[in-house]
Design a protein around this ligand. Structure first.
Ligand code: 9MJ
Length: 692
């Protein structure tokens, strides 16, 4: 690869080839979404070009791949008069099929087509929800980018538009000497989410003047109209081309292309991103099919669309139809139901989920959004509700996209009239009155009345009855639903008060099945302490922790009475788990349920507490090497760890003992070298038994 030649001159052919290669790969990456070389390889070529240009600034051209970000912040944007006005498009607000029928009927009338004339050919395109831009190319090089403005005059936003990787700075092939391409600058949803995430981080770190964006459209518009191109460059924007502005030469004074579709294909060849969703549709029925099909895909496109656009495909027919005021008669935007609407907040409720999670939910004045009437919108959690500062009486933007739960996007702060207080999460569960707690590092508050709380009842009963807990065979989700929904039982102990009769009267419950449940309940009463403890559903107490707790304390009452400090003496119980256990048993309701279960006859063998100092090898580090006569290395490791020792992989000065078996190698040598005590299996066993 030749850089500057030995005499300091630049190999111009190499320079041109380097730029062409970078253009080609940028097009593969940004437009075709199919990179052909690794990023690192691209970066290497890019740096080579930068180096040449740094040494020879006179060789920098505006279409060089290095020239996307540059220029100083502006005081304002210069005006640009569009040589061909930028039209807006008529909107068909009827979101039903009739929207397409109406348009087709108008076109046929305008063209004076007989009722039996063949269907008109249309191009159907997504209606991108961004902002329209005119890109002007002279001899294939981007010279200017302008907003639509009022259609006659827009603003010169060239510096910012150059930063968009999908917009070619230089075109492929031999485009017309003057070419204006029109399309939509927009922001992808993943880019939007990442941008807002970064903005939130900046705000959290105390950055002044930063804000999050309400939606991708606003974020895109803000970036394009950003006076500092360096900031614009950090806002991830995308582009789709969908039309032409000025073009020279105009073949024989007429259109260069025969059809709109052919024009789009050529734009693609010149290097512009054209949506793969663009299609040809014959007559109203195919327009409707397209509208429906894209409507179903709407939520998985990765970017917002607010409708589809229908255009008469033949350029000759387009010319024949012409314009009314600023709108072409040959095109229409057929909308989808809006996914965002304004409404007011009537109240903020707290919902308690099946697992005890508390979710703040805004109660809204009913509003039709995303195709349904919405009266509730989630505020997710305390932090989100506070970040958005949603208050009763506020005017808010609600969003419902697809089947996603409606959410409050933002508050219109200047519309706040009331004097409602800022949202605060309640400290008790609104369903059962138990304490609601938020653990460190968690976003959610949870109700701690697991066994007692009405919201968590079904889940709690199913958890308690599962095979790995006390096991009530045959008690599944359907039966629990029936029992609770028909108010046959209210609480977990009620389950053990069920008689044959109340079970047998349930729908689709044969006598034999009812008897099986009665027997299974009876059988489940003889259980073990770990199963019972696990069954209580205390947060963070899984089977293993339940076993450790049972082993350590021996008796349930020992656990119920233990302080957080005492609880942390149990293996694997850290402060969070200890706090969770303590909070659970601090709820009078939970203790009451435990008492009632005992009164119903649930029993288990209780043992003596294991001495607290049950970790004789705590603080000691062992290394195991070679093959022991009867124990595998894993068994030895488990036994040592259970006794509180640490087992390391290599010998150092910190090693307390090396356990050596047959064919021990370098680790044994090292231990001898360092004078570390060496044990065989017998010595290890003695140590584990406490006799050494
Ligand atoms: C959008 N916004 O996606 C047009 N548009 O055509 C599409 N806008 C348009 N076409 C002529 N796909 C004027 C505007």
């Amino acid at each position: 690869m030749a850089g500057p030649t030995a005499d300091g001159k630049v190999d111009m052919e190499h320079l041109a080839a380097l730029r062409a290669t970078l253009h080609q790969h940028a097009h593969q990456y940004y437009v075709l979404d199919a990179p052909q070389i690794p990023d690192a390889e691209y970066d290497k070529l890019f740096r080579e070009l930068q180096a040449i240009e740094a040494a020879h600034p006179e060789l920098i051209s505006s279409d060089s791949p290095t020239q996307r970000v540059g220029g100083k912040p502006l005081d304002g944007f210069a005006s640009v008069r569009h040589t061909v006005p930028m039209l807006s498009i008529r909107t068909e607000t009827d979101t039903e099929a009739s929207g397409a029928h109406n348009f087709d009927a108008r076109v046929r009338k305008e063209l004076a087509l007989a009722p039996d004339a063949p269907p008109v050919e249309y191009v159907a395109e997504p209606k991108f929800d961004g902002l329209a831009i005119n890109l002007r190319y002279e001899h294939g090089v981007l010279v200017q980018a302008a907003t639509r403005g009022d259609g006659e005059t827009g603003e010169d936003v060239t510096q910012n538009i150059r930063t968009i990787g999908q917009i070619p700075l230089k075109l492929n092939d031999a485009p017309p000497p003057l070419l204006e391409v029109r399309g939509e600058v927009y922001m992808r949803l993943d880019d939007f989410a990442a941008l807002n995430e970064r903005q939130r981080d900046k705000i959290a770190q105390g950055a002044k003047g930063e804000k999050t964006f309400v939606n991708p459209r606003n974020a895109a518009a803000g970036a394009v109209r950003q006076l500092d191109p360096a900031i614009a460059a950090q806002r991830p924007l995308s582009f789709f081309a969908y039309g032409l502005g000025d073009i020279t030469p105009k073949a024989n004074g007429g259109p260069v292309f025969k059809t709109h579709f052919e024009m789009l294909q050529t734009l693609k060849e010149w290097g512009f991103p054209v949506s793969a969703l663009v299609g040809i549709a014959g007559g109203a029925s195919e327009l409707i099919a397209y509208h429906e099909r894209l409507g179903k895909q709407r939520d998985s496109l990765g970017f917002d669309i607010d409708g589809v656009v229908y255009k008469v495909n033949s350029i000759a027919l387009q010319r024949q139809m012409g314009f009314v005021t600023r709108e072409p008669r040959w095109a229409v935007a057929h909308k989808y139901p809006a996914q965002e609407q304004l409404t007011t907040v009537l109240g903020i409720d707290i919902q308690v989920g099946r697992t005890g999670k508390l979710t703040p939910v805004a109660k809204l004045a009913p509003v039709f959004v995303g195709g349904v009437t919405v009266t509730n919108a989630t505020l997710h959690n305390e932090d989100e509700a506070r970040r958005k500062d949603v208050r009763v009486g506020d005017t808010v933007i609600v969003r419902r996209a697809g089947d996603v739960i409606p959410e409050v996007v933002s508050v219109l702060a200047d519309k706040r009239v009331g004097s409602a207080a800022a949202f605060a999460m309640p400290r008790v569960c609104p369903v059962c009155g138990s304490a609601a707690v938020r653990e460190e590092g968690e976003a959610d508050y949870r109700c701690t009345g697991g066994l007692f709380c009405g919201a968590q009842r079904k889940q709690a009963i199913l958890h308690f009855a599962q095979r790995r807990a006390v096991e009530v065979e045959g008690l599944g989700e359907k039966l629990v639903d029936q029992l609770i929904d028909n108010k046959v039982i209210k609480t977990l102990p009620d389950l053990y008060r069920l008689g044959f009769a109340s079970l047998a009267q349930l729908d689709r419950m044969a006598d034999k099945s009812a008897q099986n449940i009665v027997d299974a309940l009876q059988k489940s009463k003889q259980t073990t302490l770990p199963r019972f403890l696990f069954g209580l559903g205390i947060r963070h107490v899984g089977e293993a922790t339940a076993k450790e707790l049972a082993r350590h304390f021996g008796k349930l009452d020992g656990i119920i009475q233990a302080s957080e400090e005492q609880l942390t003496e149990v293996a694997d119980v850290g402060p969070i788990v200890a706090q969770s256990i303590r909070t659970f048993f601090d709820q009078p309701h939970n203790r009451e349920v435990v008492e009632q279960l005992r009164a119903c006859g649930l029993t288990w063998p209780e043992g003596e507490p294991t001495a607290v100092a049950a970790k004789p090898l705590a603080g000691k580090t062992f290394v195991i090497t070679g093959t022991l006569p009867t124990m595998s290395r894993d068994e030895a490791k488990d036994l040592l760890e259970a006794a509180g020792a640490k087992v390391a992989g290599s010998v150092s000065k910190k090693t307390s003992y090396v356990v050596a078996g047959a064919e021990a190698g370098s680790k044994l040598d090292k231990a001898q070298e360092l004078g570390i005590s060496i044990l065989d299996e017998v010595g290890l066993r003695e140590m584990l038994n406490g006799s050494a």
